[in-house]
Write a protein that binds this ligand. Structure first.
Ligand SMILES: [Ca+2]
Length: 182
């Protein structure tokens, strides 16, 4: 009885350890530079060759109106994208010092007709990593189809005046109370 419990416990542990295999990082270059995991695909749409305003409105419609545009990088014919060592369909792009929360890639039209693909940036934050086989329905034919990347993030938090007034009056009230108590 005890033995069988021990055996099943060790089997359970093995399964647990195998399952808990930490998400392995992808790498680029001969020096195996760590670019983290594939970033999370959120949404796609067909905006054709519309300008930055239309692109921003789409991103805001998905992520909320407080999302702000940060930087655009031209990547004509996939310039700057590096194939990962682990998967020939997964490419990485160095944001060069930036750590955007979100980014999209603009492509030539795909089989689904979509041209813009939005991602949430996950670790490693200074690399954009995309799988050209985005999901079951659509995929980007090849890296040459990528024309530009736009980076987005949350707007700078602004302290709310109402909160400050409340805090101020609370402090004043406390001061008054402690004076009366004396
Ligand atoms: Ca990333």
């Amino acid at each position: 009885m005890r033995k069988s419990i021990l055996i099943s416990a060790s089997i359970f542990l093995c399964v647990l350890l195998a399952g808990a295999n930490p998400a392995w990082s992808l790498t680029v270059g001969s020096g195996n530079i760590d670019v983290g995991e594939v970033d999370t695909w959120i949404a796609s749409t067909d905006l054709g060759n519309s300008g930055e305003n239309t692109e921003l409105l789409w991103v805001q419609s998905v992520l909320g109106s407080d999302i702000v545009f940060q930087e655009k990088t031209e990547t004509e014919e996939g310039a700057g994208w590096l194939q990962t060592n682990e998967d020939p369909r997964v490419y990485a792009f160095d944001f060069v010092g930036d750590d955007p929360e979100y980014f999209f890639v603009k492509t030539g039209s795909t089989a689904s007709g979509n041209t813009h693909f939005l991602f949430e940036n996950v670790l490693n934050f200074s690399w954009g990593v995309i799988d050209l086989d985005l999901n079951d329905i659509e995929s980007i034919k090849n890296v040459d189809k990528l024309s530009h990347i736009d980076e987005y993030g949350a707007g700078a938090p602004v302290p709310e005046p109402a909160t400050l007034v409340l805090l101020g009056s609370g402090l004043l009230g406390l001061a008054g109370f402690s004076r009366k108590a004396k």
